[in-house]
Design a binder for this molecule. Sequence first.
Ligand SMILES: [Zn+2]
Length: 123
Amino acid sequence: MFPTYRESERPRCPFCEEPFGRPPEAGPRSEGDFYKWLCPCGAIGAYDATGHNLGEALMEAIVFACDDDWDKALSMESEKDYEIRYLDSYRAAEHRVLGGRATPKSGLAAFVFVKLKVAKDAE
Ligand SMILES: [Zn+2]
């Protein structure tokens, strides 16, 4: 049972264009508790159900990408060590991205994606 929507409104990873599924409906249980997942392309997605805490969601995504190593995460530099891409104007009820019509007050959710530029070594 999928809603009908235009292909352009399907939520996709901003790095690899891979469509992703609906995040859990429940919002963050507490601050600093964002739903995160690993895209097949290696990017980390973080879901901000409110659309207002993207800075925190971003930080969590970076820490997640660093295997929960806060020291490493805090030493990383944007653009040098990782790339950030945003996907906003997300309407969770329809699992749909509304292109260009959202305003900061529209109450729509948003995602932030982080991709490390350096390949993670196994050791
Ligand atoms: Zn991806």
